[in-house]
Design a protein around this ligand. Structure first.
Ligand code: FMN
Ligand code: SF4
Length: 406
């Protein structure tokens, strides 16, 4: 009886993302997996997405995909280039045999980089010359401002990435416009202080992101879904606030994205705002080998990561405002751990849902949530998985590891 009620939810019904048919409305969120040593996709990455696809999601998302080597935050991130093309094509084709579709999140770090293995003769640049904390950790304190030639080059790399992604078999592209990465640095008044046509007011700050979207659209055509992930607020003084976040969503909607993913916070200024739950400091402390580094993170942790207690579907109220303001589909993200959370999202009128941590805890989330209306993934939002992006083994749920070793 429970199962009959359970399967009626629209979450588990087929749906269309633009022209792309999906078997249901549950998507794996972009979570940089840390499984691309030397920038190449590994068997571990393949197995990770295969398990999630077999677990029943309609679409899985590969992250981090960047457009050029210097678009990486760290050396272990993947950039889209010829040498890995066959491997990527094979991996995507295998995952698609499960019936799930495959998207790739395209991100460029802009000035938010601690990559030491730089290919160009310039340090990472952003919209305006400024101090960058993450750069300072590798001795680069000031990031220069991009010139017009840099901007033209960047747009060209996104264009090339779009062509590449369609060619290797991705079903969709998710452009990262949020979280403090390159395009979000242009959108945010906190980091964009330009006085030329790329800064000064909202329309000008949106110029580069919209030029990137237009270039990618030109390459893939009108029928290939392009999604946009945004920060509804940067959650930092002087950055995008909720009112401006609405304008960002409206601008991207008007420019023809096939779906919006309204997240919040930035990796650069306020990471915990996007995750909620226990501080990332706990996981950072656990990962450190030296007693000195453990002690340092114990002292610095509370200063680096603010407290935002976890609440189920913690971005729902804010995301409803986005849903009401745009015409394109809206994909809810943030704090879906149970079947009840999913039901709440679709009752609120959202078109799709993306899930991050709970799919690490339970790759079978989609099938299990469909079968049981009392389903709970068991993710405790401890956030130990987050710092594992820089662990050689990549991200995983530490609770599952404890279970295996018990
Ligand atoms: C380990 C990890 C890595 C992440 N990496 C990315 C990323 O590469 N790009 C991105 O947009 N968001 C990233 N996120 C954020 C998630 O996409 C999502 O916004 C966040 O986890 C909240 O959703 P959840 O409550 O379902 O986990 C990451 C999250 C985790 C846990
Ligand atoms: S480590 Fe596991 S339980 Fe903790 S937040 Fe990540 S997925 Fe959830």
């Amino acid at each position: 009886m429970g199962n009959i009620v359970a399967s009626q939810s629209i979450a588990f019904q087929p749906a269309k993302l633009g022209k792309l048919g999906l078997k249901n409305r549950i998507m794996k969120a972009a979570t940089f997996e840390g499984m691309t040593p030397n920038g190449a996709p590994s068997q571990r990455l393949h197995d990770f997405h295969q398990a999630i696809a077999e677990g029943g999601v309609g679409l899985t998302t590969l992250s981090y995909c960047t457009t050029e080597p210097d678009g990486r935050i760290m050396e272990s991130m993947m950039w889209l280039h010829g040498e890995i093309e066959d491997k990527l094509r094979e991996m995507i084709a295998n995952i698609k045999k499960t019936g799930a579709k495959v998207s790739g999140q395209v991100t460029h770090c802009g000035h938010f980089s601690q990559n030491k293995d730089l290919q160009g003769d310039q340090p990472p640049k952003g919209p305006s010359k400024m101090f960058v904390g993450i750069g300072a950790t590798v001795g680069r304190f000031i990031a220069p401002a991009m010139t017009q030639a840099d901007i033209d080059h960047l747009i060209g790399t996104y264009r090339e990435a779009a062509r590449y992604m369609k060619r290797v078999g991705f079903d969709a592209i998710e452009i990262h416009f949020g979280h403090g990465y390159g395009l979000s640095q242009f959108i945010s008044p906190k980091t964009n202080k330009r006085k030329d046509k790329y800064g000064g007011n909202h329309e000008k700050r949106m110029r580069l992101p919209l030029e990137v979207l237009a270039a990618m659209r030109e390459e893939v055509g009108p029928d290939f879904p392009i999604l946009g992930k945004i920060s509804m607020t940067d959650a930092v003084k002087g950055g995008v606030d909720y009112a401006l976040g609405l304008e960002v969503a409206k601008s991207l909607d008007a420019a023809g994205v096939d779906g919006l993913i309204p997240s919040a916070g930035t990796s650069s200024y306020n990471t915990m705002y996007m995750f909620r739950g226990d501080s990332i400091a706990n996981g950072m402390i656990a990962m450190q080998k030296s007693a000195f580094m453990k002690a340092l993170f114990k002292v610095m942790g509370p200063l680096m990561w603010r407290k935002y207690p976890y609440e189920p579907t913690y971005l729902l109220e804010a995301a409803k405002n986005i849903k009401a303001a745009v015409n394109c589909p809206v994909i809810y993200i943030g704090g879906c751990s149970t079947r009840k959370d999913i039901d709440g999202v679709f009752e609120a009128g959202f078109d799709f849902v993306q899930i991050g941590r709970s799919l690490l805890k339970d790759p079978g989330f989609a099938k299990n949530a469909e079968a049981d209306e009392n389903y709970d993934s068991g993710c405790t939002h401890c956030n130990y998985c987050v710092p594992l992006i820089s662990d050689p083994g990549g991200i995983r749920c530490v609770l599952n590891e404890e279970k295996q070793s018990a």
